[in-house]
Design a protein around this ligand. Structure first.
Ligand code: C5P
Length: 283
């Protein structure tokens, strides 16, 4: 079966504290966007994995980790042939690897006649990565805990988005370590966003959008600041870092504007695509 593994953006991201297990307690609003990787999963005697990007072909790829965990949890002795076509930049804070893992788990469960319940599948996803449960749910959500405690937010208006990223890359663990060493003040973007959402206050929502990693990431990847400023010059209502960066996104009221902004950023040498938020991408 061939499926689309959709990317996500964090409209808000707050870091509440560091836990004893080394992870951080987060509060974040995540939405799926229309930028995706393509994945084919077929039943096979053994596990094989191929990807159009050579550096992503290793056993540490989230697709392989997800598949190994599926066979371990179910005790099924079969395998799978997994092919990944990558379109989502990585590592970027766009949930590409997590979405790929979610797609593999969903496909394997369907191909092998649903040996895992929904809850068991979500638990397997959380063991692969913090954003995997959100990617499996596939709907706009308030994500808490490590990111795996989900509350569906069903009234976020459609947003036209320009996603951009420069040449710098920053693994998630490095971003959290830099955050821990910094003296960044606690943020409360998410509570403000959820309050504005309840009141149907679109302007309140866009002004509440923000990300606790913004300053830390700007120090390590100064181009994030430049891209956000450029998005604002192109008329973005908000220009925000996604996840732990270093991708950024602009929020626009109309598609033409997000298309024009993507063109503007590409002309300056950045990777940039226009896309939109999606209401439901669950498989
Ligand atoms: O779960 P995931 O694989 O996305 O996490 C990658 C790294 O990011 C973790 O090893 C951890 O260092 C950090 N992380 C964290 N707190 C979270 C999520 C991730 O500290 N809630």
């Amino acid at each position: 079966m061939k499926v689309k593994a959709y990317s996500k953006i964090n409209l808000t991201l707050d870091i509440l504290n560091k836990r004893d297990d080394g992870f951080h307690t987060l509060k974040s609003v995540l939405v799926p966007i229309s930028l995706y990787d393509s994945i084919t999963v077929e039943k096979s005697g053994e596990l094989s994995f191929s990807c159009d990007i050579p550096e992503l072909r290793g056993d540490d790829n989230y697709c392989v980790r997800a598949a190994k965990l599926f066979f371990q949890k179910t005790g099924i002795s079969g395998g799978a042939a997994i092919k990944l076509q990558k379109h989502i930049p990585y590592p970027a804070g766009l949930g590409g690897g997590s979405s790929d893992a979610a797609a593999v788990l969903n496909c394997l469960n369907a191909l092998y006649d649903f040996p895992l319940t929904r809850e068991e599948l979500l638990a397997a996803g959380a063991a692969v990565g913090s954003d995997v449960p959100f990617c499996m749910a596939g709907v706009p959500s308030l994500c808490e805990g490590r990111g795996e405690i989900l509350t569906h937010l069903d009234s976020i208006p459609k947003l036209y988005i320009t996603v951009a990223i420069g040449g710098g890359r920053m693994p998630t663990s490095k971003a959290f370590a830099a955050y821990d060493e910094s003296a960044v003040k606690p943020t409360d973007f998410t509570d403000k966003f959820v309050a504005a959402l309840k009141n149907g206050d679109r302007r309140g929502m866009t002004s509440a959008m923000g990300n606790a990693f913004t300053d830390v990431c700007a120090k390590l990847c100064p181009e994030t600041k430049e891209m956000r400023s450029r998005l604002r010059s192109c008329g973005a209502e908000a220009a925000i870092l996604s996840g732990s960066g270093p991708s950024v996104f602009g929020v626009f009221a109309a598609k033409e504007r997000s298309v024009a902004a993507a063109k503007d950023l590409r002309a300056r040498g950045f990777f940039a695509v226009d896309c939109e938020t999606l209401e439901n991408v669950s498989q």
